[in-house]
Design a protein around this ligand. Structure first.
Ligand SMILES: N[C@@H](CCC(=O)N[C@@H](CS)C(=O)NCC(=O)O)C(=O)O
Length: 208
């Protein structure tokens, strides 16, 4: 069995549950309640010493992994996600996934912290992360103006990586509506059965 440890509204956790559904994996979700500090308990730190979700434990291969990009890559290999991709297309998918991990997800997270959690009180930090976030969105929007998906007209883990954070932005009422190409891409992913199923599974598993 493959176990996913995540919080009910983790953008990084959404990525993994979507990938598991898209890849038709057999898995079980375990809720790690961040607001109750369950990620700092010894039991969880044994899975990820950095105390962050998501984490997976794959009993079949006897492996524990943290960091959403590493998990996506592991799942892609395990379920032959790149079978119909050329070596170059696979490299391009990894490029966009790593771009997300370095220059998009953490920046949205910092922007959210300074702009929303701290009400923009630190003007310098709010402006810095707002500029970085919107600069990244511009790059993505221009790329998606000519592409239905991030790579080669094919849905890939690069789309999943970005979608998790855009979905959370929507939940936080942070608008990206004026990025019309991101919005079009986002809406098309929302209609995928696996994406909808993943929200249901996450909600059910994390209800308690
Ligand atoms: N780079 C990590 C980030 C993981 C991360 O920051 N997870 C958040 C939830 S989305 C978390 O566990 N936060 C708990 C905390 O900061 O105490 C990844 O992509 O998995």
């Amino acid at each position: 069995m493959l176990h996913l440890y995540t919080n009910h509204d983790s953008p990084n956790g959404y990525k993994i549950v979507i990938a598991l559904e898209e890849l038709q994996a057999d898995y079980q979700i375990h809720h790690i309640n961040l607001s109750r500090g369950e990620n700092h308990k010894a039991e969880f730190l044994a899975l990820n010493p950095h105390g962050r979700v998501p984490v997976i434990k794959d009993d079949i291969n006897n492996v524990i992994l943290f960091e959403s990009a590493a998990i996506l890559l592991y799942l892609a290999d395990k379920y032959q996600h790149f079978a119909n991709f050329s070596a170059i297309e696979k490299a391009q998918s990894l490029q966009w996934m790593i771009y997300h991990s370095a220059s998009v997800g953490p920046i949205i997270g910092q922007y959210f912290h300074f702009a929303v959690t701290e009400n923009g009180e630190n003007k310098s930090a709010t402006t810095r992360f707002s500029n970085l976030m919107y600069a990244a969105f511009k790059v993505i929007d221009e790329h998606l103006a000519h592409n239905d998906y991030f790579v080669a007209g094919k849905f890939s883990i690069a789309d999943i990586a970005h979608f998790g954070w855009f979905y959370s932005m929507q939940e936080y009422n942070l608008s990206f509506a004026h990025y019309v190409n991101i919005r079009r891409w986002f809406n098309s992913l929302l209609t995928r059965d696996a994406v909808q199923q993943s929200f249901t599974n996450m909600k059910n598993a994390c209800a308690q």
